[in-house]
Ligand binder design. Structure first.
Ligand SMILES: [Zn+2]
Length: 493
């Protein structure tokens, strides 16, 4: 029997091919979670997993939840004008699918054209959008998803774009420079409020925040330096965790047309800039905990949910191996560190300011208390390490000056000399080494689970990530060539 020239078998074959090749509505990612561990390379993940095993008296590695995702990939991270990227160029690549120059936020290399992010495409398709970060909400990574500015440091201008985005939920840190517009202009807070955002700044307000509030900006009740959430290792029960922000976002955004949620763990990068492996590992654990509510949601909607976890670049040039420990590792030593290096620096400075406490013995007592370095029962110091700490104390309290700029940079970077030295000694003794206080050009991992997750397998570029997410969502991210075509997607208010 023939139908329009096809045999019945041919026709069945064609129909079945069509069924298998065209993604059906059910296979599409209606709900997308996009997690970015800022500065999180493979060594950062492996160190955290080795530390978890060491903390539980085991050996080897204890998997984080996202390490068990069925699909993994590797991405290159370079910027358009530099091999070693920065968070703005890398964030723009992960958000818009375009390579750009260092410091650009959602704009092309010469800062003449705005670039639409995947979040705008999702919003234009009627999905709700949430943007979360553990650092300030106008920082480079979150800003890349909603702002279009030539320079990541234009914090006030970026906050204007946040207010104008009409995205549904923002959560995490505050504004870095809310009064950057000067006295006459409204503050970043007023801009958001005028644009219709409900702002929560206390735990009680956060707890009662519900979809009835409409668009919302939920800020952590306690903010640390640069208006970021405190390091995970320094958080207390009063702090709102990154995980709680993701949980709240799901509650606020769940609707029949779906959602897109980007959640950045930004302090992994800050810890790596300080070469502080312990603070880094706690923040990677915080990222894994933030993925838990997404996994729970995925289990309820397995055919329609996509979770992607990746990084914008590696920070610090971290290695699980050090010249003086040769082939041995002592990661259980890292459990000795009690606070982040940043917090230790603040404690040391305030202690030295107390009359009679500006003394080398005080410095050694602090190093012993917070790092267990330098006692018979704690971790013993070599003469070389002891001398490094003594020098660092003298540099910190300005009793000694190291004139060689390269020597200063190698030893302390831009960090507090005593805190940097204590942290470096502990890291090295554990068998970890860092090559830089900056980013590196190493490739970073991608982990995926859920609808169309298989497309994230392989080796590709960071600009491919949002394109793959768009494809999974059934959205075409158009290549626009002319300035006229390149107009931003305007979201109906
Ligand atoms: Zn970054």
């Amino acid at each position: 029997m023939k139908f329009f020239g096809f045999t019945k078998n041919n026709l069945l074959l064609i129909i079945s091919l069509l069924l298998f090749t065209l993604p059906t509505e059910a296979q599409r990612a209606k709900y997308v979670f996009f997690f970015i561990g800022d500065g999180m390379g493979l060594a950062q993940v492996a160190t955290t997993e080795a530390m978890l095993a060491a903390r539980h008296n085991g050996e080897g590695f204890e998997n984080l939840n996202f390490s068990e995702f069925p699909i993994t990939g590797i991405i290159t991270t370079h910027a358009a004008n530099r091999l070693v990227t920065g968070s703005a160029a890398a964030g723009t690549a992960l958000a818009s699918g375009h390579k750009t120059n260092i410091n650009r936020i959602g704009m092309n290399g010469d800062a003449t054209e705005p670039l639409n992010s995947i979040a705008y495409y999702a919003k234009a398709r009627g999905k709700k959008v949430g943007i979360i970060s553990s650092v300030s909400i106008d920082h480079a990574t979150p800003a890349s998803f909603y702002a279009h500015r030539p320079d990541r440091n234009d914090y006030y201008d970026i906050s204007q774009d946040l207010a104008a985005s009409n995205f549904d939920f923002f959560g995490g840190g505050g504004f870095a420079k809310p009064n950057g517009g000067g006295d006459k202009k409204p503050s970043s807070w007023e801009l958001a409020q005028k644009a219709g955002y409900t702002i929560t700044r206390t735990r009680a307000q956060f707890d009662t925040l519900s979809p009835a509030a409409g668009k919302a900006l939920a800020v952590a009740p306690r903010l640390g330096s640069s208006r970021a959430m405190p390091y995970a290792i320094d958080q207390t029960a009063d702090d709102i965790t990154l995980s709680a922000f993701v949980e709240k976002a799901i509650q606020m955004l769940d609707n029949e047309r779906g959602f897109f949620i980007m959640c950045e763990e930004g302090k992994i990068d800050w810890a790596c800039h300080s070469n502080d492996a312990v603070a880094m590992a706690y923040n990677i654990e915080a990222l894994a905990q933030a993925i838990e509510p997404a996994l729970k949601f995925y289990q309820q909607h397995p055919d329609e949910t996509l979770i992607v976890v990746t990084a914008d670049h590696e920070t610090g040039g971290l290695a699980l191996g050090y010249a003086l420990t040769r082939y041995d590792s002592y990661l259980q030593m890292l459990t000795a560190q009690k606070v982040s290096m940043e917090r230790f620096a603040a404690i040391a400075d305030s202690t030295f300011a107390i009359p009679g406490h500006n003394h080398p013995d005080t410095a050694m007592a602090l190093v012993l208390k917070y790092y267990k370095l330098g006692s018979e029962n704690g971790i013993q110091l070599t003469d070389r390490e002891y001398k490094l700490l003594q020098d660092a104390y003298l540099v910190t309290t300005q009793q000694m000056k190291i004139d060689d700029k390269d020597e200063m940079r190698l030893r302390y970077g831009h960090e507090h000399a005593l805190a940097a030295t204590a942290t470096r000694i502990l890291n090295n003794k554990a068998g970890l080494a860092w090559t830089t206080w900056s980013h590196t050009a190493s490739s970073v991992p991608v982990y995926a689970i859920g609808a169309s997750a298989e497309s994230f397998s392989g080796v590709y570029d960071n600009t491919d990530v949002p394109k793959k997410i768009a494809q999974a969502m059934g959205i075409k991210m158009e290549e626009r060539k002319s300035r006229e075509e390149n107009k931003l997607i305007i979201i109906d208010k």
